[in-house]
Design a protein around this ligand. Structure first.
Ligand code: CP
Length: 288
């Protein structure tokens, strides 16, 4: 593993290795890389969690994080993504994390010779989010085999769905997509048909930056979101995930964001350790 671009590039063994390394780091395993490493995080779409959690992960590993701000960079003068990345490589940056609005932006970066980690490509994939979701599920259930997982909401525009569906099926989970008709290209069951059966209820944010919602917030919550009534139908052992940012009162009732079964903030905590693990595996792969 030299880059992390798509979840399909990882074998099940590599996914489990990443989860185990992230869990060890969470338990306090210390890493000493014994060399100066520069990283830069290029975010062409907004982010709170992914950008800052990669930055915390890099600082935990002792990196110098070189700031890159799209709005004050030469991107505004027409510099291409490739030339921006080649420039940073020439300056001595050792690793890049990139979020970009263009699906598969990384295809034009094949001649970049430093590791690239995909922080999200358009409606394509969000592999580091997927891996931290997998870590959170594995931490809870110690397996993926036969777990019933519902991914609920805006599946049509969600890169989180693309990565998670692929990985969870490959790992042996039983995954069902649940969406309003306008937010999916196919007909699905309703949340009320599955809520009492699932081990994991993974809610999705409506991606309003990619389309106009046809629902007002209350109607969406009433028909498709996690209300108290639905929460009370979850099994005792079930957990609730959401990649966040959360539209409180839309995908989920506000008070449920920190309810007992919610692991939404655990996902964010786990994100730092998983991103440390991803970076370490990419640097290890680079040496081979
Ligand atoms: N989950 C996620 O990708 O959040 P950000 O957009 O804040 O990075």
């Amino acid at each position: 593993m030299r880059n992390l671009l798509r979840i399909k590039d990882l074998s099940n063994e590599e996914i489990i290795e990443l989860i185990e390394l992230a869990l060890e780091l969470k338990k306090g395993r210390k890493i000493n890389l014994n060399r100066k490493i520069y990283s830069s995080n290029l975010f062409f779409e907004n982010s709170t969690r992914t950008k800052l959690s990669f930055e915390v992960a890099q600082r935990n590993l002792g990196f110098d994080v070189i700031p890159f701000d799209v709005s004050t960079s030469s991107v505004s003068k027409g510099e291409s993504l490739y030339d921006t990345c080649k420039t940073l490589e020439s300056l001595g940056i050792d690793l890049l994390v990139i979020r970009h609005f263009q699906n598969e932006y990384y295809k034009e970066l094949e001649n970049i010779n430093i590791p690239i980690i995909n922080g999200g490509d358009g409606t394509g994939e969000h592999p580091s989010q997927c891996l931290l979701d997998l870590m959170t599920i594995y931490e809870e259930f110690k397996t993926f085999k036969d777990l019933k997982i519902a991914i609920v909401g805006d599946v049509k525009h969600s890169r989180v769905t693309n990565s998670n569906y692929e990985a969870l099926i490959k790992l042996g989970a039983k995954v069902e997509l649940i969406a309003p008709e306008t937010l999916s290209d196919f007909k699905t069951r309703k949340i009320d048909d599955v809520i009492g059966e699932v081990d994991v209820c993974m809610l999705l944010r409506i991606q309003l930056e990619r389309h106009q919602s046809q629902y007002n917030n209350e109607k969406y919550l009433e028909h498709f979101g996690l209300t108290h009534t639905r929460y009370n139908k979850l099994k005792e052992t079930s957990i609730v995930l959401h990649p966040a940012p959360v539209n409180r009162g839309v995908e989920i009732e506000s008070e449920l964001v920190e309810a007992d079964k919610s692991r939404i903030f655990t996902q964010m905590e786990n994100g730092v350790y998983m991103r440390m693990a991803i970076i370490l595996k990419c640097l290890e792969g680079e040496k081979k």
